[in-house]
Design a protein around this ligand. Structure first.
Ligand code: C2E
Ligand code: MG
Ligand code: MG
Ligand code: MG
Length: 291
């Protein structure tokens, strides 16, 4: 009986992994055409000043809707695109599309900072810096209104190369953020030398912030560290009012998360800016006047 149970578990495991393998294969096959088929979209998630609730800008997050595969999450296809090399084209498309949107919003009277995610493979590209600069200049967009987010693990894949590239990017005036901070392996010595403007503390430290005293210690001391190094701290994954309250108490600079808004398509983002964003600030002011 035990042997039977074991073998049926084994076949389940095999079937599961075959399915996952097949899906990865299908994603790899479909990737090169995703852009031409207009299957990629960008969603935008607001980033807010923690103290005031003022909307500072948005982070562009890529979405892929495939006819057969359904919604393919970036966590699923970005690593595969990195392996296949398709990431370079995806990233170019993301930069062009996000900057087009930023320019359009500017014309409509919405001045929003734009944050774009780059991968380790993008940092290896010799053309990256020139490309970004050209895209900004074509649209007459100020480089200071663009942040490029790279994960701590992407930087740690080749710290020397990443440092040189990030330096070049900052030299053209764009800002750099270290994403998912706390999940990679940057030493304090390396952190001190990295040419960055912003630390984005990984969501795993924020998710249970109101109830987890260890997370509170981590967030509090990371804030002290960030500020001592002259860096802004962004908390991502804020899902509750209580987490935002703590982050305000801790003097965190910037907040982002489902509590404020999920990533939204451009028209919905504008709707959110007009409807929800003012309410957030009003609620905060009311709260402060009560205290
Ligand atoms: P990330 O850059 O750290 O982005 C934050 C992720 O957390 C996003 O997932 C966002 O939707 C999600 N998120 C935001 N607030 C909350 C919250 O309060 N609770 C929870 N549970 N989740 C929240 P998404 O859009 O699925 O993206 C996942 C990752 O994929 C990103 O992590 C980023 O590393 C990568 N990615 C997304 N778009 C791009 C892109 O255009 N280029 C590159 N290279 N990578 C991208
Ligand atoms: Mg990011
Ligand atoms: Mg992150
Ligand atoms: Mg992430």
């Amino acid at each position: 009986h035990a042997a039977h149970q074991q073998s049926s578990l084994w076949s389940e495991y095999q079937a599961g992994s075959d399915e996952a393998y097949l899906r990865r294969l299908q994603i790899l096959q479909a990737l090169p055409e995703a852009i031409e088929r207009r299957d990629l979209h960008l969603h935008y998630q607001p980033k807010l000043a923690s103290a005031s609730g003022q909307v500072l800008g948005v982070e562009a997050l890529v979405r892929w809707q495939h006819q057969q595969l359904g919604v393919v999450r970036p966590d699923e296809f970005i690593p595969l695109a990195e392996q296949s090399g398709d990431i370079l084209r995806v990233s170019r498309w993301v930069v062009e599309t996000a900057l087009n949107q930023q320019q359009l919003w500017l014309e409509q009277g919405y001045k929003l900072h734009m944050a774009i995610n780059l991968s380790a493979v993008d940092l290896q590209s010799e053309q990256l810096v020139e490309f970004i600069q050209a895209q900004l200049q074509q649209r007459h967009l100020p480089p200071q209104q663009l942040t490029l987010e790279v994960t701590e693990s992407a930087v740690m894949a080749d710290p020397q190369l990443a440092t040189a590239r990030l330096q070049q990017l900052r030299a053209i005036g764009v800002k750099v953020a270290l994403d998912d901070f706390g999940t990679g392996y940057a030493s304090l010595a390396q952190l001190k030398q990295l040419p960055i403007d912003e630390l984005k503390l990984d969501q795993s430290f924020i998710r249970e912030l109101p109830t987890n005293s260890q997370d509170q210690v981590i967030v509090h001391s990371t804030l002290a560290l960030a500020h001592a190094l002259g860096l802004q701290l962004v908390a991502e994954g804020v899902e509750e009012a209580a987490a935002w309250q703590l982050l305000r108490d801790f003097d965190c600079d910037t907040v982002q998360g489902y509590y404020f808004s999920r990533p939204l398509a451009a028209p919905e983002l504008i709707h959110w800016l007009q409807q929800q964003a003012p309410q957030l600030q009003q609620a905060l002011q009311q709260k402060e006047s009560e205290q």
